[in-house]
Unconditional design. Sequence first.
Length: 259
Amino acid sequence: MSQPEDENTRPDPTLNGDPSLGGDGVRGTNDRPTIQNEPAVFVSYDPTDPTARTYSALIDAYAFFNARLFSGQLPPCLLTLQRRKQAYGYFSGRRFTTRDGTAITDEIALNPSHFAERTTEEILSTLVHEMVHLEQAHFGMPSRGRYHNTEWARMMRAVGLIPSDTGEPGGKETGQRVSHFIEEGGRFARACADLLAARTNMVPFVELGNETDRETREKKAASKTKYTCPACNANAWAKPETPLICGVCRQPMQGQGQR
């Protein structure tokens, strides 16, 4: 299942004149110092408390990837678990404030409804995807609304995540709804491997679906077939036996299992 990673509306950021920003107001990816073998520093928690175990892992993951992939430049944010349809997670800039109005923070949310069907690496890649949105909100120039622009795509590639509207190679890197796939051997893949070697249980709880839920998901999955253009490898999904023509090559697309 390929789904967009976020469905948020982000306000225009106010750049603060950081001298490390380039002339266009964007922090260049080459300006990041490379941090090698950053030690993992974990937050202590009550191992019998499901909430503490879950959020301690999220806090640790955010701090770890901030150090390894973003040179520690990202500010803290509010990490939440939210069920939002058709999204693995989302970023919402300047979403929360303290009651006295003295501080404002961003939100990064992950959708626990999909934890059971995804690997820990995939779940953590969504966290980093949203951290890139946070980076752009503070140090770059995000587009209005939910549009994923070319600057964001460059920032994603810089941390080892390849933007794709299909979640697979060959997808569009910009647009309203853009997911990603993990670059093999890239910065995220290496950093995540180090994190999971130090702490294996980064997603301690997954949703326990009932038999009806599983049957519904299986039926829905079976109703869609992946089609691929034999000329340019573009992908599309439709009901089985649907005749599709590639809009680029004008070639008949082949469904999985077809020749």
